[in-house]
Design a protein around this ligand. Structure first.
Ligand code: ATP
Ligand code: MG
Length: 286
């Protein structure tokens, strides 16, 4: 099944191999993958979104009439970015997951220029758009969404997978309004539960991943991002914009804190206050 299929994800899908390869394996239902997958099998519909290396389209699998999403990735752009390993991981990790809170992975194939990932279609679109449109969610709704995401993450962690790129853009909404985790480009299967790469989206990066030197972190990075996400559900804003140290708000806060210090000896002197980044940012000084 899917596990056999992912063994085919090797270097050779990236160089200019003329041969188009597809897989005979993969989940049999609801899309019948007993035949080799190829582009001609699909009726291409409207674009659903744009990713880093291509677009995602609504498609109909002609033999079964099943509606799915097809993520099309451009090989040259992937290689240009040196992101082969991410794509390979995305396929390897995603194809081994099966959970109602995670977009199902049906199969993949490729031609000379592109890699195609066939995945479950989420008719509710991005959670990000809903959140932006509605501003914020009620506590009841935020709690429901947070619980659904927590369940999916618990499942991922039980499979020794960290998502590492959780954000409202990567959470889709299913037919019944349920949360569906998507985009496993940064996810990783790490049985040792220890990683040293820096990745993910800055707003959501936990402090342990920003530590200078070689940051060491584990699956608990996904707990942090669930905290950030829940804050965003409730307020409509990320708690730490840009990077934890650099937000305007935090810089302003730092200025105030450095003056409102209980110990008089530790209050910043005025020359330091006048060269504080928050003052420098807003006040032109001769
Ligand atoms: P990035 O790295 O920029 O996040 P990506 O290449 O990993 O992008 P995805 O995040 O997987 O791509 O998909 C891009 C967009 O396409 C999503 O944000 C979403 O709007 C849409 N999309 C992706 N998959 C689906 C799906 N299964 N159903 C509906 N829409 C989808
Ligand atoms: Mg994405």
């Amino acid at each position: 099944m899917a596990a056999t299929m992912v063994q085919h994800v090797t270097e050779s899908i990236f160089p200019s191999s003329a041969a188009s390869r597809s897989s005979q394996d993969g989940p049999a239902k609801p899309v019948d993958l007993s035949k080799h997958l190829h582009l001609g099998m699909f009726e291409i519909g409207r674009p659903l979104g744009k990713g880093k290396f291509g677009r995602v389209y609504l498609v109909k699998h002609r033999p079964s009439g099943y509606i799915c999403a097809l993520k099309v990735l451009n090989k040259i752009e992937i290689c240009h970015d040196g992101a082969e390993v991410h794509v390979r991981r995305e396929i390897e990790v995603h194809s081994n997951l099966k959970h109602p809170g995670i977009i199902s992975f049906y199969g993949w194939f490729h031609d000379r220029r592109r890699i195609f990932l066939l995945i479950e279609y989420a008719s509710g679109g991005e959670l990000y758009k809903t959140l932006r449109k509605e501003g914020r969610f009620s506590e009841r709704r935020a709690a429901k969404y947070a619980a659904q995401v927590a369940e999916s993450l618990r499942y991922l962690h039980s499979k020794n997978v960290m998502h590492r790129d959780l954000k409202p853009e990567n959470i889709l909404i299913g037919l019944h309004g349920e949360m569906k985790l998507a985009d496993f480009g940064y996810s990783v299967h790490a049985p040792s539960n220890r990683r040293e790469t820096l990745c993910g989206t800055l707003d959501y990066l936990p402090p342990e991943m920003l530590r200078p030197g070689r940051p060491q972190y584990n699956k608990a990075v996904d707990q942090w991002t669930l905290g950030v996400l829940t804050y965003e559900f409730l307020t409509g804003e990320a708690p730490f914009e840009d990077s934890p140290m650099m937000t305007k708000r935090r810089i302003a806060k730092d200025f105030v804190h450095s003056l409102l210090t209980l110990d008089p000896a530790k209050r910043i002197p005025f020359d330091k206050a006048l060269s504080h980044p928050w003052i420098l940012k807003y006040c032109e000084r001769s």
